[in-house]
Design a protein around this ligand. Structure first.
Ligand code: XMP
Ligand code: MG
Length: 189
């Protein structure tokens, strides 16, 4: 059984290779370059999962922008959402009258993204959109628009390229489906 120490051992199968991810960043970067021309947006990275995607995506965007971060957590026990949102680190920028683009690793139930979008709207932003690498549409319970995304994914727990299990395995260069035995090992503890 995979003990989780060797990070490649915990993967059941690969979903997206480094090349797939690069191609998503290039495509999204082109769309965002067109849509945000002359807007000087504030690009907000949702910590911690979006960090890897954010650095690759923004380098494909040929638009002047400012960077900020937010850390909003809904995950109570590592992989199932607690359903409650906690702002761990707030934005440092004043978003009033600004165009804001939230960058996220994955939108699952939509709870976290809806909370972030509503909060930034309430602070008087001119526009609030989001770009998620992955869109787990099948599990959506909140009515929230994922304005830009790299790919849809099914109802599987994925890790790598920023996505984590228990705050680990973010540094895999590809995105893979976590072995069910790794989840079971944790659940049965
Ligand atoms: P909600 O349910 O609020 O959750 O849309 C969004 C957050 O849940 C995490 N998440 C995952 N993380 N693999 C992960 O590593 C997954 O398959 C997964 N599904 C949801 C993620 O942190 C996201 O920001
Ligand atoms: Mg996240």
């Amino acid at each position: 059984m995979a003990d989780g120490d060797n990070i490649n051992d915990i993967i059941d199968h690969k979903l997206f290779t480094e090349e797939d991810i690069h191609n998503m960043c290039v495509r999204l970067g082109k769309e965002l370059t067109k849509d945000y021309a002359c807007k000087k947006p504030i690009v907000v990275g949702a910590l911690k999962g979006a960090v890897y995607f954010l650095t690759d995506l923004t380098r494909q965007m040929d638009v002047a922008h400012q960077l900020d971060f937010i850390d909003v957590s809904s995950y109570g026990d590592g992989f199932e959402s607690s359903g409650k949102i906690k702002v761990i680190t707030d934005l440092s920028a004043d978003v009033k009258d600004r165009d804001v683009l939230i960058v996220e690793d994955i939108v699952d139930t939509g709870l976290t993204m809806k909370y972030m979008k509503d909060m930034i709207h309430e602070r008087g932003a001119n526009s609030v959109k989001c770009c998620a690498l992955l869109n787990k549409e099948a599990r959506r319970s909140k009515d929230v628009t994922v304005d830009y995304y790299g790919s849809k994914v099914g109802d599987e727990f994925v890790v790598g390229y920023g996505l984590d299990f228990l705050n680990m395995y973010r540094n895999l260069q590809y995105i893979g489906v976590l072995k069910s035995e790794v989840i079971q090992k944790y659940v049965n503890k």
